[in-house]
Each structure stands twice: as structure tokens, then as C-alpha cells.
Write a protein that binds this ligand. Structure first.
Ligand SMILES: Nc1nc2c(ncn2[C@@H]2O[C@H](COP(=O)(O)OP(=O)(O)O)[C@@H](O)[C@H]2O)c(=O)[nH]1
Ligand SMILES: [Mg+2]
Length: 248
């Protein structure tokens, strides 16, 4: 009997991504890689019918699953539910990515390659070879401010702290305590990264090319951004007394 292939679940939280999700799923499943690959879309009952689109694709391809959440909305809550489901599905590696086309499936193979050596691999916009062109100056400024503020607040030497395109070894998500996270919104990306860092998991950044969404609209409002800053400070207060665990 041949060895079973390692299982990879690509987890994509979505809110109003109907125009983007079909093409994205197609490109992910077409990747020429030696893994048992599946896609899990976590949709918060988007008014534009994203869930129906995904259910339709899933009806034809068992590698595509939909987790439909109808009671509450939030990037953080959706991501946490998605990670739990991916663990339940038996994933060895979990890739997290946005569903708006900014994160390109073409970088998944390099995330998984680096994932053989590291516990957590970040698709980074700010290491050599990466690109974050193509986005309006105000969005670049927001990312710049978040990045520098968080790096200092969390004392982490990571360039792209807010990257939501990353690959986790199963153990990382088992240990970060998905049940006790305090984020409900986008700050979940920062909270999980900080906890993984404090737990002493190895983290590597690999270059990606980030492209601005071509269809649909961002959900990041000024209010969400303000809440994200406030939560980052709370996250630091809650976990900041912990010293990073050294791993040998
Ligand atoms: N399930 C779910 N997904 C969300 C929510 N808000 C944003 N997303 C998804 O999270 C990803 C990033 O959101 P986006 O609006 O592109 O934020 P930006 O990239 O920071 O502009 C996209 O795939 C969104 O569809 C939400 O409340 N629930
Ligand atoms: Mg986006």
C-alpha cells in the first residue's frame, strides 16, 4: 500500500465573494501538488449568494466543502470555526487565505514547501522578492501603520504581521487554544500569530505577490480598523506577561 498523502485543507472565510470564489477554488484544485487537497469555505450567509455558489461547486466536487454560519458575522469567528472544522477533517496542514483574489493559489506550493521545515509559514508582502504593488496608497499606509505598531507592541521580528495568507502545521492550531481567543474580527490574524510566537513555534516568511481585489468590496472600514487596534492592545494585555517559550 502506498503511504497516504498528507492532507491539506485550504480554509477561506468569505463575505460577499460570489464573483471571486468560483475561479479561486478552480485554481486551487488545479495546483499540481502531491497532497490530498481540499477547500473549506466559511461563509457568513453572504447576501450576494456566495454560499449557494460554493454549495453548487461542492455538489459536483467532494473536495469542496461549505461551512455556512447563519447566526453571527465576523472574520475572526468565521476563521476560528473554519480552523476547528479543518482539524476535525483531519488536516495535517491548514492554509488560510482570503477569498477576494488578493492571495494567489500559485504561492500555495511554496507555503507547503516551507511548511515542511517550519510550524507556521507566512505569505509575506515585505520580504525580498515580494510585491505589494497595485494597491491604493491609503491601503498601503494602513498596512504600514498596523505593521509597525504591532511589531513594536508584540515585540516580534516579523515583517508582515497582518498577513492572512499562511500555512499552519496542525499542531499549531491544536495548541493556540481556538476556544479561548478573544478576537471576533480581523484581529484574529494577529492574535493567532502572537500566540504561536509565544508558544515558541517556528515562523518563516516567504515572498508573495499581493494583488488588490478586482471584484467586490473590502469589508475593512475605519471602524473595523479602530477596533482592530484596540483589540491588539487587549491581546497584548492578556498574553503579554507570557515569555516566549524556547524550543530546541
Ligand atoms: N466569513 C466571513 N468572512 C469575512 C468577513 N469579513 C471579511 N471576510 C473575508 O475575509 C477576507 C478578507 O476580507 P477583505 O474585505 O478582503 O479585507 P481586506 O483584504 O483587509 O480588504 C475576504 O475573503 C472576506 O470575504 C466576515 O464577517 N465573515
Ligand atoms: Mg482583501
Amino acid at each position: 500500500m502506498p503511504e497516504p498523502k498528507p492532507k491539506v485543507v485550504v480554509m477561506i472565510p468569505t463575505y460577499n465573494e460570489r464573483e471571486n470564489i468560483g475561479g479561486l477554488i478552480r485554481d486551487i484544485l488545479a495546483l499540481p501538488i502531491e497532497y490530498d487537497l481540499s477547500v473549506l469555505v466559511v461563509d457568513d450567509d453572504s447576501p450576494d449568494g456566495t454560499a449557494a455558489e460554493v454549495a453548487d461547486i461542492g455538489g459536483r466536487d467532494p473536495r469542496v466543502r461549505l461551512l455556512l454560519r447563519t447566526k453571527e458575522r465576523g472574520r475572526g469567528l468565521a476563521g476560528i470555526a473554519g480552523f476547528r472544522e479543518a482539524l476535525d477533517l483531519g488536516a495535517d496542514y491548514i492554509i488560510e487565505m482570503d477569498g477576494d483574489g488578493s492571495h494567489q493559489p500559485a504561492f500555495i506550493p511554496s507555503l507547503l514547501d516551507a511548511g515542511q521545515r517550519q510550524d507556521l509559514v507566512l505569505g509575506s508582502r515585505f520580504v525580498e522578492g515580494a510585491k505589494d504593488a497595485d494597491r491604493p496608497p491609503h491601503r498601503r499606509l494602513v498596512t504600514f501603520l498596523v505593521r509597525h505598531f504591532i511589531r513594536r507592541l508584540f515585540s516580534v521580528n516579523i515583517r508582515d504581521v497582518s498577513s492572512g495568507f499562511r500555512c499552519f502545521r496542525r499542531e499549531v492550531l491544536e495548541k493556540v487554544g481556538l476556544d479561548s481567543l478573544i478576537s471576533t474580527g480581523p484581529s484574529v490574524v494577529l492574535e493567532i500569530l502572537y500566540k504561536a510566537h509565544l508558544l515558541g513555534f517556528s515562523i518563516e516568511e516567504i515572498p508573495i505577490v499581493f494583488i488588490d481585489r478586482k471584484k467586490g468590496r473590502t469589508k475593512l472600514t475605519g471602524l473595523t480598523l479602530w477596533r482592530t487596534f484596540r483589540l491588539a492592545i487587549r491581546i497584548k494585555r492578556v498574553y503579554g506577561h507570557l515569555q516566549p517559550i524556547g524550543r530546541t
